[in-house]
Ligand binder design. Structure first.
Ligand code: BEZ
Length: 214
């Protein structure tokens, strides 16, 4: 079982995908990345998830994020399944799906949780920053489809907090006020946040959201 943690370098790999052979780092280039696993081809929840991601392509592109899916079935199976996804989800799958038949990538990223299922992957999500380190890990069981609006929201927070000394409060959405990092003194905050800030408590200072960089 992989012991990957936030801040670790995302392991690089070569893989067969529905769009040809790829090297993970070359595929990401200077972009952010999402690597996410699906238990199996031709399954209902996975079909809706991949269709949703394809329909959100523009949202990922706006955030400079490259998407890479994984399923432990083979290439021929992926090709047939993609036709079904396109037909039923009213979309065109527009990102590669890894054919991880030997579970090389699944094992590298700890996507198989034997007590849940000893052969299929769970629904893992890894968000990788432009420095190739792991910024976010989320794990869902096979029975629960992911919320990709939440994933976009989290990416907005990750990108905002990567470049500004702020953090995002509960239920924050892009455009809403953020909190100033506790490590920033009031003197520094006066210079850093020209729109000003409100001190609710000395440790809780709210400021309008700074500009989002990617
Ligand atoms: C699904 O994608 O629908 C699914 C896959 C594996 C187990 C349960 C559901």
């Amino acid at each position: 079982m992989s012991e990957l943690k936030l801040g670790d370098k995302a392991p690089n790999f070569d893989a067969e995908t529905s769009e040809g052979k790829i090297n993970f780092y070359d595929y990401l280039g200077d972009s952010w990345g999402i690597l996410f696993s699906h238990p199996a081809d031709y399954t209902p929840v996975c079909t809706t998830e991949l269709g949703t991601v394809a329909n959100y392509k523009k949202e990922f592109e706006k955030r400079n994020v490259k998407v890479l899916a994984l399923s432990v079935d083979g290439l021929e199976s992926h090709k047939g399944w993609i036709k079904d996804i396109n037909e039923t989800q009213n979309t065109t799958v527009n990102f590669p799906i890894i054919a991880d038949e030997d579970r090389k990538v699944s094992n590298l990223y700890g996507m198989i949780h034997p007590k849940a299922d000893d052969t299929l992957t769970v629904r893992s999500v890894y968000v990788i920053g432009t420095d190739k380190t792991i910024k976010l890990m989320i794990t869902y069981p096979a029975s629960t489809g992911r919320n990709f609006d939440e994933l976009l929201r989290v990416i907005d927070s990750l990108q905002l907090t990567a470049y500004n000394k702020v953090a995002t409060p509960a239920n924050w959405k892009n455009g809403e006020d953020v909190v100033i990092s506790p490590s920033v003194t009031n003197e520094e905050a006066d210079k850093m946040f020209p729109k000003g800030y409100k001190t609710v408590k000395p440790y809780l200072r709210m400021t309008p959201q700074p500009e989002l960089k990617k």
